[in-house]
Design a protein around this ligand. Sequence first.
Ligand SMILES: [Zn+2]
Length: 469
Amino acid sequence: MNTTDRLDLVISGGTVVDASWSGVADVWVRQERIVAVVAAGTEPPGGTDRVIDATGKLVMPGGVDAHCHVGYTSGEYTSRDGYRECTIAAVFGGTTTIVDFAIPSPGEVPLEVARRQRALAGDGVCDSALHASVVEWDDTTEEQLRTLVDEGIVTVKMFTTYRDETMASADTILRTMRALRELGGMAVVHCEDNSIIEEDQRRSAARGEIDAAHMGTTRSELAETAAVAEVIALAESIDAPVYFVHQSTPAAVGLSADARRRGVKVYTEAVAHHLTLDAGLYDGDDPERWVCCPPLRPADRVAGLGELLTRGEITTVSSDHCCYDLRQKEAHTHDVREMPNGLPGVETRLPMVFSRFVAEGGLDPRKFVELTATNPAKVNGIHPTKGALMPGSDADIAIWDASTRWTITADTLHMATDYTPYEGIEVSGRPETVIVRGTVVVHDGALVESGARGRHVPAGRLDPDAWLV
Ligand SMILES: [Zn+2]
């Protein structure tokens, strides 16, 4: 990339925060990419069309949200957004790449579902990548996985729960992991032991405690721990890498951390709501607003998870965005087994995590970037195109005003729903200007460029023998 050509954009004088480096610098952008990060005030030899003064602000890579469900259908419920709505909310929240899931309904073919979902990327105002999903191994699965990896979809989600919907057996998980290891992909696993969950729910129902107010006890911590232990053993037995989505307890994260220390390539995702909200919310009004899987955990577990994050035991922080609205959340509050699980969160992930951990908790902003942009890009095979401010990286940039204090309310958010699980919470820090491949899309709380410019970002093969992070 030639630094003597005329630039499209210079972001000047801000504190540039990359995962590995931070300092006052200028960022040079040309033809949708970062050309260079240079000493503040350096004159670009070919001039520039535009300068954004970022003095006093943090200039970070746009967030990468590795766990978003866009327009997800589960049973009778379909979450309310499409790529356009989800990505608009994402960019307002400082996220410039989402990773969605192509989860087959019973009878559907994983490869076909993935291709169908990938075709929607063009509706977005920012880019997206995709996880495929396997429910049951059959004669065609290996060939489908090979094609998926060839087409840039290298991560494959499986669930140990949701019988008759998405639950995969240990056989399926092991075979899929083994195939992905050979192909340069990685299994992404939702871990809750289904037998324990069903027994938890049966006992809760027998006590008359199966409504939303009892969500916390209808899916036990033990169920998560048991499934994590088994899946680690499956991965360890064949030396395959594995990524755990939404680990919600210190016990589950601890199992992963122990496995990592003995050389198993285990990656831990935590999600924003498990790090910032606790099960006490089920005791208050409207407990259905926090019905998600795994459920919110008791306050001491939330504190423990936060400590593990600051100690470096967590790989990524995602949202697990699933945009149901109140009509859907309120339809069957008497029985959590009939409720839609999931919380809207693509827009609030970065502000909540920045506020709690950086502004209030003293976490190094570089670590924030690593957890919310760089590591999610690395484990998904899209780094350094995404999640970095390096020469050649896409110019996906979020300029943060770290000093702004504001209150999260559904009225001021952009997700395709009518509530937020964070209603009324005051936070510090806000993405003020958000840039997607060199174009300013959000500035000062307004969508200044609303055109569909999203692309599917093809993932590169992952090296099963190298640490991704
Ligand atoms: Zn999810």
